[in-house]
Design a protein around this ligand. Structure first.
Ligand code: 3PG
Ligand code: MG
Length: 399
């Protein structure tokens, strides 16, 4: 049954607790990519136009339950104020008296947008703690979740708090993401190709298992490929490997071959002794012992061409995670080639995860992608057939 959305709520004069995903990259106090902030603006404008006061809450980074000024959301409050041309009050804490007073003061002053400090400065957030959630709920009368990118986390601001306020509803971004990713997968046009990259297999293990039964071809690149290569006893030098996942990687490959599913791994790669712009880099066949103690840092040209060819023939493509250390040239070639190939297919293309988004943006092809999701892990879990705790907990329409 479809979920309640913000359009089903009566907002006038109400205080709305809105979970947003403002987990944006920040370097030296500057936001380097505000995609997630921009993506939430329609929901914020909708609520403001209908007379609500919005108390926004988000995490930023992984401060592990401790205050870390480098992960403060204050720069986000300033950016929001610029983008909306409206005062945004910043509460220097998300809990307790400081949060309460900041909200009260803002309301008295007629400020209708309040951003709370990083929720993850409190360990209770990630523990889905009831008392912490009750504190968040006490700040508002309604709950809206627009944080699609965080909805795979059963955290206090995503899950527990939604049980404490009436009619928990999806924001406009959340609604769009869930509809898009759900529809794309309900009956995908085939061939359906998934491209997975990035550093860690551990982040994607379940997703890989779930996706395997749904896609026609799974292409693997990035550092996570090395766990699969090592699992087959191939020499990988000092490439990043998750040694505790070698068995899991073997199991995935065995399942795939038993069921006749195609999982493709790199057959050549770019190796170097260190990760540095312009460092001497060499293309080697995968399996070549002369890798020595060097690292594999990108897929090679043969693999790039092969992956691009497979993507070109697809009718549905899902891509998450770079093919190499793409922020450091020359290790960006494989990721750029995949970005261009995905953009050039005539089919439905879905990209999730900050690095893949940055790659299509840098390749200048972002406008050719059917749907760019603000969620990395969340989009993969949804695509892999899992339900998201932050979506599950929302009220159903007509209930
Ligand atoms: C993300 O950027 O993937 C989301 O904001 C969730 O962050 P997390 O992976 O630290 O939970
Ligand atoms: Mg993540």
């Amino acid at each position: 049954m479809p979920k309640l959305t913000i359009r089903d709520l009566t907002l006038d004069g109400k205080r709305v607790f809105m979970r947003v995903d403002f987990n944006v990259p920040i370097k030296n106090g500057r936001i380097t990519d505000d995609t997630r902030i921009q993506a939430t603006l329609p929901t914020l404008r909708y609520a403001l136009d209908r007379g609500a006061t919005v108390i926004m809450a988000s995490h930023l980074g992984r401060p592990k339950g401790k205050v870390n000024p480098e992960m403060s959301l204050e720069p986000v409050a300033r950016r929001l104020q610029e983008l909306l041309g409206q005062t945004v009050a910043f509460a220097p804490d998300s809990a307790g008296e400081i949060a309460r007073q900041a909200v009260e003061r803002a309301v008295q002053e007629g400020t209708r947008l309040i951003l709370l400090e990083n929720l993850r400065f409190h360990p209770e957030e990630e523990k889905n703690d009831q008392a912490f959630a009750a504190g968040l709920a006490s700040l508002a009368e309604l709950y809206v979740n627009d944080a699609f990118g965080s909805s795979h986390r059963a955290h206090a601001s995503v899950e527990a708090v939604a049980r404490l306020l009436p009619s928990p509803a999806a924001g406009l971004l959340m609604e769009k993401e869930v509809a898009y990713l759900g529809d794309a997968l309900a009956s995908p046009a085939r061939p359906f190709v998934a491209v997975l990259g990035g550093a860690k297999v551990s982040d994607k293990l379940e997703v890989i298992e779930n996706l395997l039964g749904k896609v026609d071809v799974l292409l693997i690149g990035g550092a996570m490929a090395y766990t699969f290569l090592k699992a087959q006893d191939l020499p990988v030098g000092r490439s990043l490997v998750e040694n505790d996942l070698l068995d899991a990687a073997r199991r995935i490959l065995r399942h795939a071959s038993e069921r006749g599913l195609r999982v493709e791994l790199p057959t050549d790669h770019v190796v170097a002794g260190k990760i540095e712009p312009g460092v001497a880099a060499f293309v080697l066949e995968v399996g070549d012992q002369s890798i020595g103690d060097r690292m594999g840092l990108d897929i090679g040209p043969e693999t790039s061409a092969r992956y691009a060819g497979i993507v070109a023939g697809a009718k549905t493509v899902v891509w998450n995670g770079p093919m190499g250390v793409f922020e450091t040239p020359p290790f960006d070639a494989g990721t750029n080639a995949v970005a261009k190939a995905v953009a050039a297919t005539g089919g439905v293309t879905i990209i999730g995860g900050g690095d893949s988004i940055a790659a299509v943006t840098r390749a200048g092809v972002a406008d050719k992608i059917t749907h760019i999701s603000t969620g990395g892990g969340a989009s993969l879990e949804l695509l892999g057939g899992r339900t998201l705790p932050g979506v599950e907990v929302l009220a159903e329409k007509g209930a």
